[in-house]
Write a protein that binds this ligand. Structure first.
Ligand code: FAD
Ligand code: PYC
Length: 432
Protein backbone atom coordinates (compact mmCIF):
# COMPACT_ATOMS: atom_id res chain seq x y z
CA UNK A 1 0.00 0.00 0.00
CA UNK A 2 1.38 3.45 -0.92
CA UNK A 3 2.09 5.99 1.85
CA UNK A 4 -0.58 8.34 0.48
CA UNK A 5 -3.19 5.55 0.81
CA UNK A 6 -2.17 5.02 4.43
CA UNK A 7 -2.40 8.77 5.06
CA UNK A 8 -5.89 8.83 3.59
CA UNK A 9 -7.00 5.82 5.63
CA UNK A 10 -5.78 7.30 8.87
CA UNK A 11 -7.29 10.70 7.95
CA UNK A 12 -10.73 9.11 7.63
CA UNK A 13 -10.28 6.96 10.73
CA UNK A 14 -9.18 9.82 12.99
CA UNK A 15 -12.00 12.02 11.74
CA UNK A 16 -14.60 9.30 12.31
CA UNK A 17 -13.30 8.65 15.80
CA UNK A 18 -13.52 12.33 16.69
CA UNK A 19 -16.94 12.76 15.10
CA UNK A 20 -18.78 9.80 16.52
CA UNK A 21 -17.38 9.51 20.01
CA UNK A 22 -19.76 10.24 22.87
CA UNK A 23 -17.11 12.63 24.22
CA UNK A 24 -17.30 14.65 21.06
CA UNK A 25 -21.08 15.03 21.36
CA UNK A 26 -20.75 16.06 25.00
CA UNK A 27 -17.89 18.46 24.21
CA UNK A 28 -19.88 20.23 21.48
CA UNK A 29 -23.20 20.31 23.32
CA UNK A 30 -22.55 23.60 25.07
CA UNK A 31 -20.25 25.48 22.72
CA UNK A 32 -22.68 26.67 20.04
CA UNK A 33 -21.03 25.03 17.03
CA UNK A 34 -17.55 26.33 17.84
CA UNK A 35 -14.61 23.99 17.26
CA UNK A 36 -16.75 21.62 15.21
CA UNK A 37 -14.82 19.16 13.14
CA UNK A 38 -14.87 20.13 9.45
CA UNK A 39 -17.02 17.71 7.49
CA UNK A 40 -14.47 17.53 4.67
CA UNK A 41 -10.90 18.75 4.28
CA UNK A 42 -10.04 21.73 2.11
CA UNK A 43 -7.44 20.28 -0.21
CA UNK A 44 -4.97 22.15 -2.43
CA UNK A 45 -4.41 20.66 -5.89
CA UNK A 46 -1.64 18.14 -6.46
CA UNK A 47 0.19 18.18 -9.78
CA UNK A 48 -1.45 14.98 -11.07
CA UNK A 49 -4.49 12.74 -10.48
CA UNK A 50 -5.93 9.59 -12.04
CA UNK A 51 -9.13 11.54 -12.76
CA UNK A 52 -10.55 15.01 -12.16
CA UNK A 53 -14.23 15.87 -11.77
CA UNK A 54 -15.12 19.48 -12.58
CA UNK A 55 -18.13 20.85 -10.69
CA UNK A 56 -18.95 20.59 -6.99
CA UNK A 57 -22.71 20.26 -7.28
CA UNK A 58 -24.57 17.12 -6.24
CA UNK A 59 -23.86 15.32 -9.53
CA UNK A 60 -20.11 16.00 -9.47
CA UNK A 61 -19.81 15.07 -5.79
CA UNK A 62 -21.84 11.89 -6.29
CA UNK A 63 -19.62 10.96 -9.24
CA UNK A 64 -16.47 11.43 -7.14
CA UNK A 65 -17.95 9.43 -4.27
CA UNK A 66 -18.96 6.46 -6.45
CA UNK A 67 -15.63 6.53 -8.33
CA UNK A 68 -13.85 6.14 -5.00
CA UNK A 69 -16.34 3.85 -3.31
CA UNK A 70 -17.21 1.43 -6.10
CA UNK A 71 -14.23 1.62 -8.46
CA UNK A 72 -11.49 2.24 -5.89
CA UNK A 73 -10.33 5.38 -7.72
CA UNK A 74 -9.16 7.40 -4.72
CA UNK A 75 -6.39 9.42 -6.36
CA UNK A 76 -8.93 11.84 -7.79
CA UNK A 77 -9.87 15.49 -7.32
CA UNK A 78 -13.13 17.39 -7.45
CA UNK A 79 -12.67 20.99 -8.56
CA UNK A 80 -15.30 23.65 -7.78
CA UNK A 81 -14.99 27.29 -8.80
CA UNK A 82 -17.11 28.54 -5.88
CA UNK A 83 -18.41 26.60 -2.90
CA UNK A 84 -19.93 23.10 -2.82
CA UNK A 85 -23.62 23.15 -3.72
CA UNK A 86 -23.54 26.87 -4.62
CA UNK A 87 -24.85 26.18 -8.14
CA UNK A 88 -28.20 24.59 -8.93
CA UNK A 89 -27.80 21.98 -6.22
CA UNK A 90 -28.39 24.60 -3.54
CA UNK A 91 -30.92 26.54 -5.62
CA UNK A 92 -33.46 23.93 -6.59
CA UNK A 93 -36.87 23.17 -5.14
CA UNK A 94 -35.85 19.57 -4.32
CA UNK A 95 -38.62 17.64 -6.08
CA UNK A 96 -37.72 13.97 -6.56
CA UNK A 97 -39.83 11.67 -8.74
CA UNK A 98 -39.41 9.03 -11.43
CA UNK A 99 -42.70 9.44 -13.34
CA UNK A 100 -41.30 10.11 -16.82
CA UNK A 101 -42.71 8.92 -20.14
CA UNK A 102 -40.09 6.83 -21.94
CA UNK A 103 -38.37 3.57 -21.00
CA UNK A 104 -34.91 5.19 -21.10
CA UNK A 105 -36.10 7.82 -18.62
CA UNK A 106 -37.81 5.28 -16.38
CA UNK A 107 -34.51 3.39 -16.22
CA UNK A 108 -32.43 6.33 -15.10
CA UNK A 109 -34.88 8.20 -12.85
CA UNK A 110 -36.07 5.02 -11.12
CA UNK A 111 -32.45 3.92 -10.64
CA UNK A 112 -31.93 7.28 -8.91
CA UNK A 113 -35.10 6.98 -6.82
CA UNK A 114 -34.02 3.58 -5.54
CA UNK A 115 -30.64 5.02 -4.55
CA UNK A 116 -32.42 7.93 -2.78
CA UNK A 117 -34.31 5.35 -0.71
CA UNK A 118 -31.05 4.16 0.90
CA UNK A 119 -28.92 7.28 0.56
CA UNK A 120 -28.90 8.55 4.15
CA UNK A 121 -27.74 5.10 5.29
CA UNK A 122 -25.19 4.78 2.51
CA UNK A 123 -23.63 8.17 3.25
CA UNK A 124 -24.28 8.00 6.99
CA UNK A 125 -25.65 11.53 6.58
CA UNK A 126 -29.30 12.50 6.90
CA UNK A 127 -30.30 13.93 3.51
CA UNK A 128 -33.87 14.24 4.81
CA UNK A 129 -35.39 12.30 1.94
CA UNK A 130 -39.13 12.53 2.47
CA UNK A 131 -41.44 10.37 0.34
CA UNK A 132 -44.40 12.64 0.84
CA UNK A 133 -45.80 12.12 -2.66
CA UNK A 134 -45.82 14.37 -5.74
CA UNK A 135 -49.19 15.27 -7.23
CA UNK A 136 -49.44 16.73 -10.74
CA UNK A 137 -52.75 18.45 -11.41
CA UNK A 138 -54.60 19.05 -14.64
CA UNK A 139 -56.77 21.99 -15.69
CA UNK A 140 -58.33 20.74 -18.95
CA UNK A 141 -59.90 17.58 -20.31
CA UNK A 142 -57.17 17.30 -22.91
CA UNK A 143 -54.41 17.53 -20.32
CA UNK A 144 -56.22 14.89 -18.26
CA UNK A 145 -56.23 12.47 -21.21
CA UNK A 146 -52.52 13.06 -21.84
CA UNK A 147 -51.91 12.49 -18.15
CA UNK A 148 -53.70 9.18 -18.14
CA UNK A 149 -51.69 8.09 -21.20
CA UNK A 150 -48.50 8.93 -19.30
CA UNK A 151 -49.68 7.10 -16.19
CA UNK A 152 -50.17 3.94 -18.29
CA UNK A 153 -46.64 4.26 -19.67
CA UNK A 154 -45.20 4.84 -16.19
CA UNK A 155 -47.01 1.82 -14.76
CA UNK A 156 -45.87 -0.38 -17.64
CA UNK A 157 -42.36 0.35 -16.43
CA UNK A 158 -43.30 -0.88 -12.95
CA UNK A 159 -43.29 2.59 -11.42
CA UNK A 160 -46.07 3.68 -9.06
CA UNK A 161 -48.54 6.26 -10.35
CA UNK A 162 -52.27 6.78 -9.76
CA UNK A 163 -54.90 9.01 -11.35
CA UNK A 164 -56.92 11.02 -8.80
CA UNK A 165 -60.32 12.70 -9.03
CA UNK A 166 -60.80 16.29 -7.80
CA UNK A 167 -62.51 14.94 -4.67
CA UNK A 168 -59.56 12.61 -3.93
CA UNK A 169 -57.20 15.54 -4.49
CA UNK A 170 -59.15 17.68 -2.03
CA UNK A 171 -58.93 14.87 0.54
CA UNK A 172 -55.17 14.60 0.06
CA UNK A 173 -54.56 18.37 -0.06
CA UNK A 174 -57.28 20.14 1.94
CA UNK A 175 -55.78 23.60 1.24
CA UNK A 176 -56.36 23.37 -2.53
CA UNK A 177 -59.23 25.20 -4.20
CA UNK A 178 -61.21 22.81 -6.43
CA UNK A 179 -64.14 25.15 -7.14
CA UNK A 180 -65.07 24.79 -10.83
CA UNK A 181 -65.34 28.53 -11.51
CA UNK A 182 -61.71 29.56 -10.84
CA UNK A 183 -59.23 30.52 -13.54
CA UNK A 184 -57.38 27.18 -13.34
CA UNK A 185 -60.02 24.63 -12.26
CA UNK A 186 -58.67 21.30 -11.00
CA UNK A 187 -60.12 18.51 -13.16
CA UNK A 188 -57.95 15.71 -11.79
CA UNK A 189 -54.34 14.72 -11.40
CA UNK A 190 -51.87 11.93 -10.86
CA UNK A 191 -49.85 11.01 -7.83
CA UNK A 192 -46.55 9.26 -7.36
CA UNK A 193 -46.56 8.25 -3.69
CA UNK A 194 -42.88 7.26 -3.53
CA UNK A 195 -41.85 10.65 -4.86
CA UNK A 196 -41.01 13.56 -2.57
CA UNK A 197 -38.25 15.92 -1.52
CA UNK A 198 -34.82 15.96 0.14
CA UNK A 199 -32.68 18.61 1.78
CA UNK A 200 -30.55 19.77 -1.16
CA UNK A 201 -27.48 21.11 0.61
CA UNK A 202 -27.36 18.04 2.86
CA UNK A 203 -27.03 16.00 -0.33
CA UNK A 204 -23.94 17.98 -1.35
CA UNK A 205 -22.48 17.85 2.16
CA UNK A 206 -23.20 14.15 2.60
CA UNK A 207 -21.51 13.20 -0.65
CA UNK A 208 -18.61 15.57 0.06
CA UNK A 209 -17.97 14.10 3.49
CA UNK A 210 -18.19 10.53 2.23
CA UNK A 211 -15.92 11.23 -0.77
CA UNK A 212 -13.40 13.03 1.41
CA UNK A 213 -13.28 10.10 3.82
CA UNK A 214 -12.38 7.84 0.90
CA UNK A 215 -9.48 10.14 0.02
CA UNK A 216 -10.95 12.34 -2.73
CA UNK A 217 -9.36 15.81 -2.79
CA UNK A 218 -12.14 18.41 -2.70
CA UNK A 219 -10.81 21.70 -4.00
CA UNK A 220 -13.04 24.78 -3.74
CA UNK A 221 -12.53 28.35 -5.02
CA UNK A 222 -10.66 26.94 -8.00
CA UNK A 223 -11.98 27.64 -11.49
CA UNK A 224 -11.13 25.47 -14.46
CA UNK A 225 -10.07 27.83 -17.24
CA UNK A 226 -8.68 25.43 -19.83
CA UNK A 227 -8.66 21.78 -20.93
CA UNK A 228 -5.28 20.45 -22.09
CA UNK A 229 -5.09 17.87 -24.83
CA UNK A 230 -2.59 16.09 -26.97
CA UNK A 231 -4.28 15.60 -30.35
CA UNK A 232 -7.43 13.60 -29.54
CA UNK A 233 -6.52 12.79 -25.94
CA UNK A 234 -7.07 14.76 -22.74
CA UNK A 235 -3.89 15.26 -20.72
CA UNK A 236 -4.89 17.77 -18.06
CA UNK A 237 -6.65 20.92 -17.02
CA UNK A 238 -5.71 24.54 -16.35
CA UNK A 239 -7.09 26.11 -13.20
CA UNK A 240 -6.80 29.34 -11.25
CA UNK A 241 -4.65 27.33 -8.81
CA UNK A 242 -2.31 25.96 -11.50
CA UNK A 243 -2.20 23.14 -14.01
CA UNK A 244 -3.10 19.53 -13.19
CA UNK A 245 -2.15 16.47 -15.21
CA UNK A 246 -4.79 13.80 -15.61
CA UNK A 247 -5.89 11.28 -18.27
CA UNK A 248 -9.60 11.53 -17.35
CA UNK A 249 -11.79 14.62 -16.95
CA UNK A 250 -15.50 14.50 -16.09
CA UNK A 251 -17.36 17.79 -16.66
CA UNK A 252 -20.46 18.18 -14.46
CA UNK A 253 -21.04 21.92 -14.51
CA UNK A 254 -24.77 22.19 -15.35
CA UNK A 255 -25.53 25.71 -16.73
CA UNK A 256 -21.86 26.23 -17.67
CA UNK A 257 -21.45 23.05 -19.71
CA UNK A 258 -21.19 24.96 -23.01
CA UNK A 259 -18.42 27.11 -21.51
CA UNK A 260 -16.40 24.03 -20.58
CA UNK A 261 -17.16 22.33 -23.91
CA UNK A 262 -15.95 25.43 -25.74
CA UNK A 263 -12.53 24.94 -24.09
CA UNK A 264 -12.30 21.69 -26.09
CA UNK A 265 -13.89 23.16 -29.25
CA UNK A 266 -17.01 21.05 -28.72
CA UNK A 267 -20.44 22.52 -29.41
CA UNK A 268 -23.14 21.14 -27.13
CA UNK A 269 -26.85 21.31 -28.09
CA UNK A 270 -27.64 23.16 -24.88
CA UNK A 271 -29.46 26.39 -23.99
CA UNK A 272 -28.51 27.93 -20.62
CA UNK A 273 -31.49 29.67 -19.07
CA UNK A 274 -32.46 31.14 -15.68
CA UNK A 275 -34.97 29.20 -13.57
CA UNK A 276 -36.50 30.96 -10.59
CA UNK A 277 -38.02 30.05 -7.24
CA UNK A 278 -39.30 31.90 -4.18
CA UNK A 279 -40.01 31.05 -0.55
CA UNK A 280 -42.45 32.56 1.92
CA UNK A 281 -42.10 33.28 5.59
CA UNK A 282 -42.37 30.06 7.62
CA UNK A 283 -45.75 28.88 8.89
CA UNK A 284 -47.04 25.81 10.73
CA UNK A 285 -47.20 22.55 8.73
CA UNK A 286 -50.20 22.64 6.38
CA UNK A 287 -49.02 21.01 3.16
CA UNK A 288 -47.50 17.52 3.21
CA UNK A 289 -47.66 16.76 -0.51
CA UNK A 290 -45.77 18.37 -3.39
CA UNK A 291 -48.13 19.84 -6.01
CA UNK A 292 -47.18 20.69 -9.57
CA UNK A 293 -49.22 22.25 -12.35
CA UNK A 294 -47.52 21.87 -15.72
CA UNK A 295 -50.07 24.04 -17.53
CA UNK A 296 -49.47 27.12 -15.41
CA UNK A 297 -45.81 26.40 -14.55
CA UNK A 298 -46.43 26.49 -10.82
CA UNK A 299 -45.28 24.09 -8.16
CA UNK A 300 -45.43 24.25 -4.40
CA UNK A 301 -44.28 22.36 -1.32
CA UNK A 302 -43.67 23.17 2.32
CA UNK A 303 -40.12 22.93 3.60
CA UNK A 304 -39.22 21.36 6.92
CA UNK A 305 -38.61 24.89 8.19
CA UNK A 306 -42.25 25.75 7.35
CA UNK A 307 -41.58 27.99 4.35
CA UNK A 308 -43.82 27.61 1.31
CA UNK A 309 -41.46 26.83 -1.58
CA UNK A 310 -42.78 27.94 -4.97
CA UNK A 311 -41.20 27.57 -8.36
CA UNK A 312 -41.93 28.98 -11.79
CA UNK A 313 -41.34 28.23 -15.45
CA UNK A 314 -37.98 28.77 -17.10
CA UNK A 315 -37.11 32.25 -18.37
CA UNK A 316 -37.42 32.63 -22.13
CA UNK A 317 -33.90 33.87 -22.88
CA UNK A 318 -30.35 32.54 -22.47
CA UNK A 319 -28.31 34.02 -19.65
CA UNK A 320 -25.57 33.28 -17.12
CA UNK A 321 -26.99 35.71 -14.53
CA UNK A 322 -28.33 33.72 -11.58
CA UNK A 323 -31.50 35.75 -11.29
CA UNK A 324 -34.40 36.06 -13.77
CA UNK A 325 -37.12 38.36 -15.09
CA UNK A 326 -40.02 39.59 -12.98
CA UNK A 327 -43.03 38.56 -15.14
CA UNK A 328 -42.21 34.85 -14.65
CA UNK A 329 -42.72 34.67 -10.84
CA UNK A 330 -45.54 37.23 -11.11
CA UNK A 331 -47.49 34.90 -13.42
CA UNK A 332 -46.71 31.91 -11.22
CA UNK A 333 -47.81 33.62 -7.99
CA UNK A 334 -51.12 34.69 -9.60
CA UNK A 335 -51.87 31.04 -10.44
CA UNK A 336 -50.68 29.84 -7.03
CA UNK A 337 -53.01 32.24 -5.19
CA UNK A 338 -55.91 31.10 -7.39
CA UNK A 339 -55.29 27.47 -6.41
CA UNK A 340 -54.20 28.11 -2.81
CA UNK A 341 -55.97 31.29 -1.64
CA UNK A 342 -54.24 31.20 1.80
CA UNK A 343 -51.01 32.19 0.04
CA UNK A 344 -52.30 35.75 -0.38
CA UNK A 345 -51.85 36.15 3.41
CA UNK A 346 -48.15 35.33 3.30
CA UNK A 347 -45.11 37.53 2.81
CA UNK A 348 -42.50 36.24 0.42
CA UNK A 349 -39.01 36.11 1.92
CA UNK A 350 -36.61 35.40 -0.92
CA UNK A 351 -36.40 34.99 -4.68
CA UNK A 352 -33.45 33.50 -6.59
CA UNK A 353 -32.48 31.93 -9.87
CA UNK A 354 -30.14 29.25 -11.15
CA UNK A 355 -28.83 28.63 -14.66
CA UNK A 356 -30.16 25.38 -16.09
CA UNK A 357 -28.80 23.57 -19.16
CA UNK A 358 -31.60 22.44 -21.46
CA UNK A 359 -31.23 19.95 -24.32
CA UNK A 360 -33.63 20.02 -27.32
CA UNK A 361 -35.36 16.86 -26.01
CA UNK A 362 -35.32 17.89 -22.32
CA UNK A 363 -33.21 14.83 -21.49
CA UNK A 364 -29.63 14.78 -20.18
CA UNK A 365 -26.29 14.01 -21.79
CA UNK A 366 -24.08 11.35 -20.12
CA UNK A 367 -21.43 10.78 -22.70
CA UNK A 368 -17.92 10.20 -23.91
CA UNK A 369 -16.68 12.75 -26.43
CA UNK A 370 -14.43 12.50 -29.49
CA UNK A 371 -11.58 13.50 -27.18
CA UNK A 372 -10.32 10.42 -25.33
CA UNK A 373 -10.69 10.79 -21.56
CA UNK A 374 -13.11 13.74 -21.74
CA UNK A 375 -16.65 13.02 -20.51
CA UNK A 376 -19.74 15.20 -20.10
CA UNK A 377 -22.66 14.83 -17.72
CA UNK A 378 -25.05 17.72 -18.29
CA UNK A 379 -28.33 18.84 -19.86
CA UNK A 380 -30.42 17.92 -16.81
CA UNK A 381 -32.16 21.23 -17.33
CA UNK A 382 -34.88 22.02 -14.84
CA UNK A 383 -35.03 18.50 -13.40
CA UNK A 384 -31.65 17.08 -12.42
CA UNK A 385 -31.82 17.21 -8.64
CA UNK A 386 -34.01 14.10 -8.54
CA UNK A 387 -31.38 12.24 -10.57
CA UNK A 388 -28.37 13.16 -8.42
CA UNK A 389 -27.47 9.70 -7.00
CA UNK A 390 -28.32 7.85 -10.23
CA UNK A 391 -26.46 10.34 -12.38
CA UNK A 392 -23.32 10.16 -10.24
CA UNK A 393 -23.50 6.36 -10.09
CA UNK A 394 -23.78 5.97 -13.85
CA UNK A 395 -21.27 8.68 -14.71
CA UNK A 396 -18.70 7.09 -12.37
CA UNK A 397 -19.22 3.81 -14.21
CA UNK A 398 -18.71 5.53 -17.57
CA UNK A 399 -15.50 7.23 -16.43
CA UNK A 400 -14.05 4.17 -14.68
CA UNK A 401 -14.78 1.73 -17.52
CA UNK A 402 -14.61 4.13 -20.46
CA UNK A 403 -17.82 2.67 -21.92
CA UNK A 404 -21.48 3.50 -21.28
CA UNK A 405 -23.60 0.95 -19.45
CA UNK A 406 -27.12 0.14 -20.63
CA UNK A 407 -28.67 3.03 -18.69
CA UNK A 408 -26.16 5.60 -19.98
CA UNK A 409 -26.09 4.43 -23.60
CA UNK A 410 -29.23 6.25 -24.83
CA UNK A 411 -27.93 9.51 -23.30
CA UNK A 412 -24.87 9.70 -25.54
CA UNK A 413 -24.14 12.84 -27.58
CA UNK A 414 -24.54 10.61 -30.63
CA UNK A 415 -28.33 10.80 -30.27
CA UNK A 416 -28.23 14.32 -31.71
CA UNK A 417 -26.69 12.81 -34.88
CA UNK A 418 -28.84 9.67 -35.10
CA UNK A 419 -32.11 11.38 -34.12
CA UNK A 420 -32.90 8.90 -31.33
CA UNK A 421 -34.06 11.68 -29.05
CA UNK A 422 -35.78 11.04 -25.72
CA UNK A 423 -38.47 13.70 -25.72
CA UNK A 424 -39.42 14.45 -22.13
CA UNK A 425 -40.75 18.00 -22.49
CA UNK A 426 -44.07 16.70 -21.17
CA UNK A 427 -42.65 15.16 -18.01
CA UNK A 428 -40.24 18.05 -17.45
CA UNK A 429 -43.18 20.36 -18.17
CA UNK A 430 -43.70 22.12 -14.87
CA UNK A 431 -40.65 24.29 -15.28
CA UNK A 432 -40.54 24.30 -19.09
P1 FAD B 1 -24.73 22.37 -10.08
O1 FAD B 1 -25.23 22.16 -8.70
O2 FAD B 1 -25.10 23.66 -10.74
O3 FAD B 1 -23.17 22.20 -10.01
C1 FAD B 1 -22.30 22.61 -11.05
C2 FAD B 1 -21.11 23.24 -10.40
O4 FAD B 1 -20.11 23.48 -11.38
C3 FAD B 1 -21.42 24.60 -9.77
O5 FAD B 1 -21.22 24.54 -8.38
C4 FAD B 1 -20.48 25.56 -10.47
O6 FAD B 1 -19.96 26.58 -9.63
C5 FAD B 1 -19.39 24.62 -10.97
N1 FAD B 1 -18.63 25.14 -12.11
C6 FAD B 1 -19.12 25.74 -13.24
N2 FAD B 1 -18.11 26.08 -14.04
C7 FAD B 1 -16.96 25.71 -13.42
C8 FAD B 1 -15.58 25.81 -13.76
N3 FAD B 1 -15.17 26.38 -14.91
N4 FAD B 1 -14.66 25.34 -12.88
C9 FAD B 1 -15.05 24.74 -11.71
N5 FAD B 1 -16.36 24.63 -11.35
C10 FAD B 1 -17.29 25.10 -12.19
N6 FAD B 1 -34.42 19.54 -10.31
C11 FAD B 1 -35.26 18.61 -9.76
O7 FAD B 1 -35.08 17.41 -10.02
N7 FAD B 1 -36.29 18.97 -8.95
C12 FAD B 1 -36.57 20.27 -8.67
O8 FAD B 1 -37.50 20.56 -7.91
C13 FAD B 1 -35.75 21.25 -9.26
N8 FAD B 1 -36.02 22.56 -9.04
C14 FAD B 1 -35.20 23.51 -9.53
C15 FAD B 1 -35.47 24.85 -9.19
C16 FAD B 1 -34.59 25.84 -9.58
C17 FAD B 1 -34.89 27.26 -9.22
C18 FAD B 1 -33.41 25.49 -10.30
C19 FAD B 1 -32.43 26.56 -10.71
C20 FAD B 1 -33.16 24.18 -10.68
C21 FAD B 1 -34.05 23.17 -10.29
N9 FAD B 1 -33.83 21.81 -10.59
C22 FAD B 1 -34.66 20.86 -10.06
C23 FAD B 1 -32.69 21.42 -11.44
C24 FAD B 1 -31.51 20.95 -10.60
O9 FAD B 1 -31.20 21.92 -9.64
C25 FAD B 1 -30.27 20.70 -11.46
O10 FAD B 1 -30.58 19.91 -12.57
C26 FAD B 1 -29.19 19.97 -10.64
O11 FAD B 1 -29.05 20.54 -9.38
C27 FAD B 1 -27.88 20.01 -11.38
O12 FAD B 1 -26.89 19.55 -10.50
P2 FAD B 1 -25.37 19.65 -10.89
O13 FAD B 1 -24.59 19.07 -9.78
O14 FAD B 1 -25.19 19.10 -12.25
O15 FAD B 1 -25.16 21.22 -11.08
O1 PYC C 1 -38.26 18.20 -12.40
O2 PYC C 1 -39.83 17.80 -10.95
C1 PYC C 1 -39.07 18.56 -11.54
C2 PYC C 1 -39.07 19.96 -11.18
C3 PYC C 1 -39.95 20.56 -10.39
C4 PYC C 1 -39.56 21.85 -10.34
C5 PYC C 1 -38.48 22.05 -11.10
N1 PYC C 1 -38.18 20.85 -11.62
Amino acid sequence: MAKSDLDRGSRAFTRKLKRYSIFSIARHAGNYHQEWQQAWSHAEPKTAYDAVIIGGGGHGLATAYYLANIYGMTNIALIEKGWLGGGNTGRNTTIIRSNYMWDESAAIYEHALKLWEGLSQDLNFNVMFSQRGVLTISHSEHELREMSRRVHAIRLNGIDSDMLSPAAIKKLVPMINIEPNIRYPVLGGFLQKRAGTARHDAVAWGYARAADELGVDIIQNCEVVGLRRNKDKIIGIETTKGNIKTPKVGCVVAGHSSVLADMANIKLPIASRPLQAIVSEPIKPILDTVIMSNAVHMYISQSDKGEMVLGAGVDKYNSYAQTGSWPIPEHMVAAAVDLFPFLSQLRMLRQWGGIVDICPDASPIISKTDIRGLYFNCGWGTGGFKATPGSGHIFADLIANDRPNSIALPYSLKRFETGFLIDEHGAAGVAH
